[in-house]
Design a protein around this ligand. Structure first.
Ligand code: BEZ
Length: 252
């Protein structure tokens, strides 16, 4: 069984996650000398990207493996293991940034409260993550493939994909002023041709595949691909039906 966060697999096969997050860095517009927290920093590529603007960036991630890889790649930057739903840092930040991480945190109000506590007054929170309907073709296919084998797929869904209305309501309940919110389709082309969806499932869908022996796992993968193919496979590449929620908010 693959480690839930295999940092090498992430860097080799899933590096488009950070590549596609560069637009979120542009929305944040980091300035020299600003203190920024990168929440769910993975292996640190966007932490590094923000630091090149002269900001002082700290990356945190729940995965020890990801943090170790981030430290190896960017030894001059500061990284720490930390839980986005339950972190407290002895300093405050001008901004909290997060790309493709908040959908892994199923207690959003706890995350939002931690972000609030981490920000100085006037600080901004800029994030992008999966929104309502994200990757629903793949999830539907995966759940059907499991159901067909009599394997329950219920309660294995590991993600939180809210609508704009739901998420901005939570932000405002905490006291944030939402300054920007958009929910948009971002079909995502996976590298590695036909193998791309397997890499995606191996990297991200561990909670569905955990505990399956190798032949069963193989069978579920094959059936998931077969069911997804008519909608998502075009010209030799998988185009996964990502839907993003991108927000900016300010702590008054
Ligand atoms: C996402 O970035 O939207 C995502 C990545 C992996 C699994 C589910 C969603």
């Amino acid at each position: 069984m693959r480690n839930p966060w295999d940092a090498d697999h992430y860097d080799k096969k899933l590096r488009y996650v950070s590549e596609m997050g560069k637009g979120v860095v542009s929305l944040l517009d980091p300035k020299p000398g600003e203190a920024i927290l990168d929440l769910g920093c993975g292996t640190g590529d966007l932490t590094h990207e923000m630091a090149t603007s002269g900001a002082i960036v700290v990356g945190i991630d729940l995965s020890q493996a990801m943090i170790q890889q981030a430290r190896n790649k960017y030894p001059h930057l500061q990284f720490a293991v930390g839980n986005g739903e339950n972190f407290r840092i002895d300093t405050t930040f001008d901004a909290v940034f997060s790309n493709a991480a908040l959908h892994w945190m199923k207690h959003p109000s706890r995350v939002i409260a931690c972000v609030w506590n981490a920000l100085s007054p006037g600080g901004r929170f800029v994030a992008e993550f999966g929104g309502k309907g994200n990757v629903e073709t793949v999830i539907g296919a995966l759940e059907r493939a499991l159901d067909e084998l009599g394997l329950t797929s219920q309660e294995k869904h590991p993600w939180y994909f809210p609508s704009i209305g739901e998420y901005t309501t939570r932000l405002e309940k905490q006291g944030f002023q939402t300054t920007y919110a958009i929910h948009f389709d971002r079909p995502t082309v996976l590298p590695d041709g036909d193998q791309g969806l397997e890499h995606w499932l191996n990297g991200f869908a561990g909670s569905y595949l955990q505990g399956l022996d190798q032949p069963t796992r193989h069978c579920v993968m094959r059936r998931t691909k077969e069911l997804s193919r008519p909608r998502l496979y075009k010209n030799g590449q998988w185009h996964v039906d990502y839907k993003r929620l991108r927000i900016a908010a300010v702590k008054p």
